[in-house]
Design a protein. Structure first.
Length: 195
């Protein structure tokens, strides 16, 4: 395309901003949302655990989202089973569980992405989305976890801390590591978040 045609196209689309919106709209898949309609809490990108493909959390806008910091060698690692059970039970109603491996507590997630993926997918049969290892506390804390802390005033104190983001993308409930995914409290909160 020559320069003259490019400028005509830009003018027709409403300027450079219009061109950007048009390009983004064409590149999106039906399952994803535009960043304009994406809640700030979900407006983050992370590499997927199994292949490091960048994933925008905006694709989960409008769903109830359970965010969990995980670890492979923790006394709570068996909670993968309960998290997968929640995902299987509520997925069709709009719940997604997002797992974020972290080595912040007790150095209980020392492995690389391949090792973590093997444990999650092969040992525990995890089907919910898992992402590459991040920091959830301290100076290197992920911006997502910074926002979750601001929303609840509760930071994870160990592995398998849970945050439930309601469909509105703003309301967040925090659950401690020791609370099992199958607990009545979490089930009630999920039911409320899905309504």
């Amino acid at each position: 395309m020559n320069t003259r045609m490019l400028f005509k196209t830009i003018a027709l689309l409403g300027g450079v901003g219009g061109l950007m919106v048009g390009a983004n709209a064409m590149a999106e898949t039906p399952a994803s949302s535009t960043t304009a309609s994406c809640p700030a809490l979900l407006n983050h990108q992370f590499p997927r655990l199994q292949d490091e493909a960048q994933q925008n959390l905006c694709q989960y806008a409008g769903k109830a989202v359970l965010v969990v910091n995980t670890a492979s060698y923790c006394g709570y690692t068996h909670q993968y089973e309960g998290l997968e059970a929640l995902y299987a039970k509520y997925q069709k109603r709009g719940l997604v569980v997002l797992g974020f491996p972290s080595n912040d507590f007790g150095q209980q997630e020392p492995g690389n992405a391949k090792q973590i993926a093997d444990l999650c997918f092969n040992t525990y049969g995890v089907k919910f989305p898992m992402f590459s290892k991040i920091a959830v506390v301290g100076p290197q804390r992920s911006p997502l976890y910074t926002q979750l802390f601001k929303a609840t005033q509760v930071a994870p104190s160990w592995n398998f801390h849970k945050y439930l983001i309601a469909r509105d993308g703003k309301t967040v409930t925090s659950f401690p590591s020791a609370m099992a995914p199958g607990s009545r409290e979490i089930a009630a909160a999920i039911e409320a978040a899905l309504n």
